[in-house]
Ligand binder design. Structure first.
Ligand code: SAH
Length: 220
């Protein structure tokens, strides 16, 4: 498929899946228009990259639906100067969107294979304001904290305490909280030692597997 075809598909994705819903932040819409999502999916699924759905990326994991990536990103309210932590690099697609919208992105993935592939894709697209780390993201990245924004793309049974603690003053954490079947997408704002929690919408994510997530025995 030609580059222009992908560009048109992306334009339609932005109109039909994002603007027609509740995505209005112009910077988020521009990033969704600019990042070539098809580069982050397996070759044989590239023609489906701009569909209104998640897609498999290997290791039993998925690249999130475009609308959900946009919704979570919009909720972070990025203006361009932030340091962001992402938990669950997966394909690296959401990472690329964050790189477009923040100053520096740290991303954590538990599967080295996914981290390697995402890193290679991001490098081939020229993103330099990102570091990918392999490890248990439910513990955050204490050495690089505090973060102005944290986004978790895997479902947690509760808000992991280390992530609360690694938020900067006025920082926000966006993550799905619930059980295996469904979760609330929540946004947590930190003000001193107070954390305000807002519920955004019901979602369904793969589990966050780790010390402050679900146990590895329950989910592979
Ligand atoms: N945002 C990604 C989708 C990620 S799917 C994208 O755009 O492609 C969720 C990812 O979280 C998976 O890759 C999974 O391996 C990872 N994950 C699950 N538990 C984790 C943990 N404790 N630490 C880091 N990554 C984790």
């Amino acid at each position: 498929m030609a580059q222009t075809d992908f560009q048109l598909m992306r334009q339609r994705m932005v109109e039909e899946q994002l603007k027609s819903r509740d995505i209005a932040d112009p910077r988020v819409l521009q990033a969704m228009q600019d990042v070539p999502r098809h580069r982050f999916v397996p070759d044989n699924l590239q023609h489906l990259a701009y569909r209104d759905s998640p897609l498999p990326i290997g290791q039993d994991q998925t690249i999130s639906q475009p609308y959900i990536v946009a919704l979570m990103t919009q909720a972070l309210q990025l203006s361009g100067h932030e340091t962001v932590l992402e938990v669950g690099t997966g394909s690296g697609y959401h990472t690329a969107i964050l790189c477009e919208l923040a100053r520096q992105v740290f991303s954590l993935e538990r599967y080295p294979e996914l981290a390697d592939r995402a890193g290679a894709t991001l490098a081939s697209l020229g993103y330099e304001n990102v570091e990918i780390h392999v490890g248990d993201g439910s513990q955050g990245l204490p050495d690089m904290a505090p973060f102005d924004a944290i986004v978790v793309s895997a479902a947690a049974p509760g808000i992991p305490n280390p992530l609360r603690g690694q938020l900067a003053e006025g920082g926000r954490l966006v993550l799905p909280v619930g059980d295996r079947e469904s979760q609330w997408l929540e946004r947590i704002w930190r003000y001193g030692d107070t954390w305000n929690i807002e519920r955004i919408t019901l979602v369904m994510f793969v589990p966050l597997v780790g010390m402050h997530g679900f146990s590895g025995a329950q989910f592979r």
